[in-house]
Write a protein that binds this ligand. Structure first.
Ligand code: PGA
Length: 250
């Protein structure tokens, strides 16, 4: 049985004050949803605050990005070893906003994935097609290409404790959610790619859905056989809503 993971991607939102309140709300309700693993992904600068507030709570944390480099003259970048100083368990790689707004290629995403794993930080590999790509009927080809870049570099074994997040770009922040069946179909396809290489690893890999997930649609999505949790953007900025999503996965 794969334990469900409900993760909050806070993106570039919040302030010290609002994050303190959000963390307090999550701490208060976390025990009630203990069957589900919780994680939050704050902006880098709030990592210290998050570590301090969550160190005795059943909630993991990580960041939304990391450098593929180890250290050196890379102005503005943050190395994986620095994330370890704040005891990050996870890190997002290849979020569609990184791919589309900051030009991250499949190859760069694969190198970031490798950099995280090398340090024992679990990467959450984000994949997904744009609306154009869905309409052209190339969803599977796009997702397979994004996955293959990582498989080629790191091999199937890397997925035993990594996480994949399928996030159709057209559903992110748009209020337009994939139907549970649409999501399940792509999750099945992703898992089949892994099964073909190593069924035992494929059975362990958690595949999250992301894209306008909220308490009102979480129950249906999380009841699908291959949906092992959610990567939540907007709705994760409200502790009650975030915990209600997790509750739907209990
Ligand atoms: P959303 O974002 O829940 O606001 O659609 C999800 C994500 O981008 O991870």
């Amino acid at each position: 049985m794969r334990r469900k993971l409900v993760a909050g991607n806070w993106k570039m939102n919040g302030s010290a004050d609002s994050i303190r309140k959000l963390l307090q709300g999550i701490r208060e309700g976390a025990a009630e949803v203990a069957a589900v693993e919780l994680a939050v992904f704050p902006p880098f600068v709030y990592l210290g605050l998050v570590e301090q507030q969550l160190s005795d709570a059943p909630v993991a944390w990580g960041t939304q990005n990391l450098s593929e480099q180890v250290s050196g003259a890379y102005t503005g970048e943050v190395a994986g070893s620095m994330l370890l100083d704040f005891h990050c368990a996870y890190v997002l790689v290849g979020h569609s906003e990184r791919r589309t707004l900051y030009g991250e290629t499949d190859d760069l995403v694969a190198r970031k994935f490798a950099a995280a794993r090398k340090l024992g930080i679990k990467p959450v590999l984000c994949l997904g097609e744009t609306l154009d790509e869905r309409e052209q009927g190339v969803t599977e080809a796009v997702v397979a290409r994004q996955l293959k870049a990582v498989l080629d570099l790191e091999g199937i074994g890397a997925f035993a404790d990594a996480v994949i997040a399928y996030e159709p770009v057209w559903a992110i922040g748009t209020g337009r959610t994939a139907t549970a069946q649409q999501a399940q179909d792509v999750h099945t396809f992703i898992r089949a790619q892994l099964v073909a290489l190593d069924p035992a690893v494929a059975a362990k890999t958690r595949i999250l859905y992301g894209g306008s997930m909220k308490a009102a649609n979480a129950g249906e999505l999380l009841s699908m056989a291959d949906i092992d949790g959610g990567l939540i953007g907007g709705a994760s900025l409200d502790a009650k809503e975030f915990l209600a999503i997790a509750k739907a996965g209990v």
